[in-house]
Structure formats: structure tokens, C-alpha cells
Design a binder for this molecule. Structure first.
Ligand SMILES: [Zn+2]
Length: 339
């Protein structure tokens, strides 16, 4: 049981201002004011055109959140830890295009968020916390930029977990699209483990902190979504994602094995518990992501080699906790209540 009323937003509800988590680099001041200027008079058609343009931009420069690789790793780890009941439910709910592989659709939520129809889902990928406080509080922080409560990554995890529990009812009783709920939940449990998805409001989770990653100009958020993983793949895994996944799985079985029951457990014995994950993330953001990453700095081996273990552990925790959550949801008698 949990106290938060699960928001029901599997329907198209609202259009929020331009989503700011989509930018590979922070927009210049001119770009920002340009957006502000054109927004009020924007028509439905203009939203559509801009949505399409953003999708194109996304395809051209590969903008992702916890990049595609990160989400793939988390879902692959989770798949290996699902119970028989959960595996059957997941396979039943996956779209045909996934061909039975949850990891194949774990970036779906990022791919669709640029479309007009799905723009309402953009604030569900992160939660902003007060600058330099290094803590997170659901009732204080979980809202979208317009102030609508529960519309943040942890609210979304509560919401889609609650929706998925109706899997236990007969199919005609399902009120929600449980395929979408599964794909959203699998993605958001990944996102909440990326420390800068629970970053500071003032720098938009590191999006406005422009840095160089070795020789490449980028922003701090993107470093944590993508660049650390990409560099690790090249440097340590012969550009082979499966080899990185195997290495993390080995650590789960060996180095971290004693921690796994703690990772899996929900403190209050509920079916889902995203709040501790968010608290961990903002603490890691302060201790590792923001540290020595001031605007204009060039990040190289010192930063990379000390942050990579954090990234790999967060991918492992994301995978273990996604599996544990799905195992609880699809257990014959789940604990979660539907409010
Ligand atoms: Zn995301």
C-alpha cells in the first residue's frame, strides 16, 4: 500500500511548454527566448510540425535519455531475473514488434515523447529537486513544470504499476492499455536510476551545464545518459554491449550479491517503491555527477574512471529493481492496491 494517489494519465491530457529534457546541448539564450515568444500563439499544427522536427533531430543526433544502450542493459538484466509468472505476463503484454524481448521496447517512451500525441508524457521522465539541497521529497518535488502533482518519474512509476495490477483481472475489465503501461514502467524505473534525472531544477538536471567530454562539446546530463556508457563500451568492452551486460550480470552474482536482497526490497513492504531510488539518485548526483563538472570544464579520464563504477551499479540496480517490481506485480496475489 502506498499513500500517493495514482494519477491516471494514459490518456492525452495536457500540452506542456516545450520540453527541456530533449536537448543534446542546452539552448542558447536566443533559442530559449525564441521558444518563449512563439509559444502562446502556437497552433495545433505548429506543435505537430515541431514535434516532427524534433523526431528528425532525435534521429540525426541520437538524443536519448539514459541512452538507448542504458535502457537496453537495464531491461536485459531484468529479463534474466523474472519469475515464470512475470515472464509469461510480460510476453503476453509486449507488442508483436518486440518479438518477446522486453529490452527491445525499453526506449519506446523516449522515442514517442517528441510526438504531439505523447508530449504530455515528457515530464514523466525526471523529477527536479531544489538546487544544492541534495535531497528529494515526493510531496515537494513530484510535479510537472506547470505544477500538476504526481507528474514526475516517481509518480509515473506508481501510476503504471497500479495500472499493471489490473492484469490480474479478466481482459475485458482492463481499463488501461497495459502494453503501454509495461513499456512506460520499464523505461521509468530505468530513468529514475540515472542520477541527473533527479538533478537540480536550476540547471535542468545538468542539461544547461555545457562541458566537453574529452574533445566533444556536450552537456552534463548527456554525459550521464550516454557518453560514459559509450566510452566504456569502446574502452573496456570492445564496443560489444552484450559483453558489458555479462560483466554487470557477473557483478550481480558475485561482487554485489549480498546487496541484491536490499536492492529488491521495498522498505515499506509495498509492490513499488520509487522514492528511495530517487533519493539515492540525487545524492549520487551531488557526490559524483555535479562534482568537478562546472560549466566549461573538460571531463576526461579522471572523471570517467571514477564515475563509470557508479553508472554500472545504477544500471544493475535498475535491472534488479525492475525485475523485482514486475515479479511482485505479476505474482498471483500482488500486494499493491488500486486506489
Ligand atoms: Zn526517459
Amino acid at each position: 500500500m502506498y499513500n500517493h494517489k495514482a494519477p491516471e494519465y494514459s490518456i492525452q491530457t495536457r500540452i506542456n511548454p516545450i520540453n527541456r529534457r530533449i536537448l543534446p546541448n542546452a539552448p542558447s539564450q536566443n533559442e530559449k527566448s525564441e521558444k518563449a515568444r512563439i509559444l502562446p500563439g502556437m497552433t495545433r499544427f505548429a506543435f505537430f510540425v515541431i514535434g516532427k522536427a524534433l523526431v528528425l533531430l532525435h534521429l540525426l543526433v541520437g538524443i536519448q535519455a539514459w541512452g538507448k544502450e542504458g535502457h537496453y542493459v537495464i531491461c536485459k538484466i531484468a529479463e534474466g531475473l523474472l519469475t515464470k509468472d512475470a515472464t509469461a505476463a510480460v510476453k503476453m503484454l509486449l507488442p508483436d514488434t518486440a518479438e518477446g524481448d522486453l529490452a527491445a521496447v525499453c526506449s519506446w517512451a523516449d522515442e514517442i515523447r517528441f510526438y504531439y500525441k505523447w508530449r504530455w508524457s515528457s515530464p514523466l521522465h525526471y523529477v527536479d529537486t531544489p538546487d544544492f539541497k541534495c535531497n528529494y521529497d515526493y510531496s515537494r518535488d513530484c510535479h510537472d513544470p506547470a505544477g500538476n502533482r504526481d507528474r514526475c518519474v516517481s509518480g509515473a512509476i506508481y501510476n503504471y504499476s497500479t495500472q499493471l495490477v489490473s492484469y490480474q483481472e479478466s481482459k475485458d475489465e482492463w481499463k488501461y492499455n497495459l502494453t503501454e503501461a509495461l513499456m512506460f514502467l520499464s523505461h521509468f524505473i530505468g530513468d529514475i536510476h540515472q542520477p541527473l534525472h533527479v538533478g537540480f531544477l536550476g540547471d535542468e538536471g545538468g542539461n544547461t551545464i555545457i562541458v566537453r567530454w574529452y574533445r566533444r562539446k556536450t552537456n552534463l546530463h548527456h554525459v550521464w545518459d550516454t557518453m560514459i556508457i559509450e566510452s566504456a563500451l569502446k574502452k573496456f568492452y570492445d564496443s560489444d554491449l552484450d559483453s558489458m551486460i555479462r560483466s554487470i550480470q557477473n557483478n550481480i552474482l558475485e561482487g554485489w550479491s549480498e546487496d541484491i536482497p536490499l536492492w529488491e526490497n521495498c522498505v515499506t513492504n509495498c509492490t513499488v517503491c520509487p522514492d528511495p531510488y530517487a533519493s539515492e539518485s540525487v545524492r549520487l548526483a551531488c557526490k559524483f555527477a555535479y562534482r568537478n563538472a562546472t560549466p566549461g570544464v573538460t571531463l576526461t579520464d579522471d572523471y570517467f574512471l571514477t564515475r563509470l563504477p557508479i553508472v554500472e551499479k545504477r544500471l544493475a540496480q535498475g535491472g534488479v529493481r525492475l525485475a523485482a517490481t514486475l515479479n511482485r506485480i505479476f505474482a498471483p496475489h500482488p500486494l499493491i492496491s488500486q486506489e
